[in-house]
Design a protein around this ligand. Structure first.
Ligand code: COA
Length: 150
């Protein structure tokens, strides 16, 4: 498996994976992800020329922001997500950034699929640091998780 910056074709494959993960990403999420893919970095994990998973990121004020990630459902839990986060940790070290931050749904919002998402982030060294109340109708409350870069 190789991790590299996504080409336009890779981004299309990554969007197809995102659309198939419909327990996590709804129509608005997919629409916003398409914009974020255009404006920010996207890396993909590939094997035999096929995209298995993706991660989109940017930086802001000394922090790495993990915007979106997803792994093809048929191969979740086989280390692809961890490999993508490990790549981001190395990139954060290269730029001497303080941390990686990601937003996700809180424990208070009972919904099974995101329990698994949080389990993944916690296992990979992220800690809950902030609760963000939704400010706009239709938005969800979010928590900010942080992984300090040592
Ligand atoms: C979250 C996600 C990216 C993780 O990728 P993955 O390739 O499945 O994860 P990995 O195989 O690298 O898991 C690494 C560790 O995280 C933990 N973990 C991962 N998935 C888990 C789950 N469903 N339940 C509990 N722990 C989990 C485990 O400890 C796992 O190690 P182990 O399998 O040796 O026990 C992937 O499951 C996914 O695409 N989810 C749907 C979309 C999503 O939630 N995206 C993030 C929000 S933007």
């Amino acid at each position: 498996m190789k991790i590299r910056q996504a080409t336009v074709k890779d981004k299309k494959e990554a969007m197809a994976i995102a659309k198939s993960l419909n327990e996590w990403f709804n129509k608005d999420g997919i629409k916003n992800m398409a914009i974020d893919f255009k404006m920010n970095h996207v890396i993909v994990a590939k094997e035999k020329k096929k995209v298995l998973g993706f991660l989109s990121y940017t930086t802001y004020s000394g922090k790495m922001l993990l915007l979106w990630m997803g792994v093809y459902k048929g191969i979740q839990r086989s280390g692809v997500g961890k490999a993508l986060v490990d790549w981001l940790v190395k990139e954060s070290k290269r730029f001497k950034l303080y941390s990686i931050e990601v937003e996700t749904l809180p424990e208070e919002d009972i919904y099974k699929p995101y329990e698994r998402t949080r389990a993944f982030y916690y296992k990979n060294g992220f800690e809950r640091v902030l609760y963000k109340k939704a400010r706009v109708k239709g938005w969800d409350d979010q928590i900010v998780l942080e992984k300090k870069i040592k």
